[in-house]
Each structure stands twice: as C-alpha cells, then as structure tokens.
Design a binder for this molecule. Structure first.
Ligand SMILES: O=C(O)CCC(=O)C(=O)O
Ligand SMILES: [Mn+2]
Length: 204
C-alpha cells in the first residue's frame, strides 16, 4: 500500500492521555468513494436504549463489524460482529499503517444530520482492556468533536473532524477524558464515523 508523505499528524497535548490527528489520512477521492460505498452497503441499524424505564431511539444509525467472536456490549446491548468487507478492510489497513496499532473490530455510526449526535462518554468498556487505543475515521460532513477532562473540567479540546481524517486516542485518555459529538442546529449533511477498536476480552 502506498503510504503517502501527505499524512503528517498533529499531536494533541493532553494532560493524562494522548491523541493524534491526521487531517489527510485519506485523499478526497478515496474518502468520497468510501463514504458512498459504506452508506449503501452497510446494514445500518436503529438501536434503542432504555433510560429511566423509557425506550429511546439512539440518535444515529449503527453497525458493528469485526473478527468472529469480537462481541461488544455498548448502550447495554451485546453485539456480535458482522464480517469485514472490502471497504472496511481497506480503511483498517490504512488506519493500522498510520497509527501503528492493530484492531479487530469497528463500530460504525451514521449521523443523518444535526439532530443526530453522541453524548458524553468514554470508550472504557471492559472488553477493550486497559488503556485502549481507539482510532476514529470520519467521512462526510464535518462535525465538532469535543473532549473534556473528567476531573479538571476546565481542560477541553474541540476538533472539527473533517472528511478523510483519522483521530487516535491512546494511553490513559479513556480513563481521564470523556468525549462527545454534540447535536447542532446548523444544517449539516450526513457523516459516517468508524471507531476501530481491539477487543481483548470476550463481551459479557
Ligand atoms: O463520531 C465520532 O466522532 C465519535 C464516535 C464515538 O465516540 C464512538 O463511537 O464511541
Ligand atoms: Mn466514543
């Protein structure tokens, strides 16, 4: 695979963690093609969660792909992975080459517009083990990604995650920081986000 010199990354100075951001992990032509392919070929699902006894639709569509057995529980729901496909394999190869880390599963989110988002959370599920590396690829509309230190709430990082970008969160980041993709009243188009993960323990 051609690893182009156009992919320098920016180190984010985080207290108690580390993150790297590549704005150009994929060329615009690659990102356009991958967005269209995933939009059409992934079996996007509407998840529901129960909050205070009330069933609620999660404000985005999701899919879970990975190696057989890489089961993952999020939003209280266990997910057996769908297999890798060609587009996902291509994206994973690039993510592994740039980040230097290996992944065995990916969570996909489709944000249909500004009314879709993701609340404050950390990717700290037990099946990810200690100090997990999470690698996040963004395709489609630019959305704001916010990070906030759990204890030192004045420590925040805001990033505009652009089409074809890669963000990794590493080290103790998931222990000390939470992150979110806020809903927005601004008109925004569709966005696909892929977070590559390494499941190290079977889901419960
Ligand atoms: O959409 C994003 O940029 C973040 C997604 C995320 O945090 C997650 O899937 O856990
Ligand atoms: Mn997350």
């Amino acid at each position: 695979m051609e690893l182009s010199p156009r992919s320098p990354c920016q180190e984010l100075a985080l207290a108690d963690g580390s993150a790297r951001y590549w704005t150009d992990a994929f060329t615009t032509a690659e990102a356009d093609r991958l967005f269209i392919g995933l939009r059409e070929c992934i079996a996007w699902r509407q998840e529901e969660i129960v909050i205070f006894g009330e069933r609620k639709r999660v404000p985005r569509l999701v899919a879970w792909h990975g190696d057989a057995g890489a089961a993952y529980t999020y939003s209280g729901v266990p997910h057996e992975p769908e297999p890798w496909n060609e587009a996902l394999g291509e994206i994973r190869a690039r993510v592994e080459a740039l980040s230097g880390h290996a992944f065995n599963a990916v969570l996909l989110n489709l944000y249909r517009g500004g009314a879709d988002g993701m609340g404050w959370h950390a990717d700290d599920e037990p099946e990810l083990g200690r100090n997990p590396v999470v690698a996040s690829v963004s395709l489609g509309a630019t959305r704001r990604f916010r990070m906030r230190h759990r204890r030192r709430k004045e420590l925040t990082v805001d990033l505009e995650l652009v089409h074809g970008s890669l963000l990794t969160m590493e080290g103790a980041t998931q222990h000390h920081w939470v992150h979110a993709v806020p809903k927005t009243a601004r008109p925004v188009g569709e966005r696909i986000n892929l977070t590559f993960r390494r499941i190290v323990a079977p889901g419960r």
